[in-house]
Design a protein around this ligand. Sequence first.
Ligand SMILES: Cc1cc2nc3c(=O)[nH]c(=O)nc-3n(C[C@H](O)[C@H](O)[C@H](O)COP(=O)(O)OP(=O)(O)OC[C@H]3O[C@@H](n4cnc5c(N)ncnc54)[C@H](O)[C@@H]3O)c2cc1C
Length: 104
Amino acid sequence: MRTAILGAGVSGLAAAHALSKLPGEDFRVFEQASAPGGLCRVIEKDGFRFDVVSHVLHFRSERARRLVYELLGDDLISVARSSWIYFRGRYIPYPFQSHLVILG
Ligand SMILES: Cc1cc2nc3c(=O)[nH]c(=O)nc-3n(C[C@H](O)[C@H](O)[C@H](O)COP(=O)(O)OP(=O)(O)OC[C@H]3O[C@@H](n4cnc5c(N)ncnc54)[C@H](O)[C@@H]3O)c2cc1C
């Protein structure tokens, strides 16, 4: 093995994906947790699925967008956002900092 990648979060998996494109590259990914994904992991408990953190993908780069669509295929779900922050008795649209005018 030439390259050891520590951690199978998105960074480690992206590195592994890039290395997999290089002919003859010998690498291994080591993950301390029982499942890959890092902060982007989903935990299943009692029939419910919990995101460790949010999984909102912001595509500034067309290359990154294409890669994610290519990798996820039919598993990619596109959802119109409806996110609100309950603050002082009112619902403020997310992102909070862009809607402070509502508080005035
Ligand atoms: C609350 C919150 C919300 C977020 N929302 C968004 C969002 O909406 N959109 C977005 O793009 N980003 C978001 N992020 C940021 C995004 O989640 C992280 O930038 C990204 O997941 C980091 O990935 P990573 O692979 O670098 O690290 P991690 O996901 O932390 O993965 C590191 C992995 O390495 C493993 N590891 C650590 N040490 C070792 C070791 N010695 N040996 C083996 N394995 C090891 C860990 O177990 C883990 O699996 C959010 C972050 C947080 C905290």
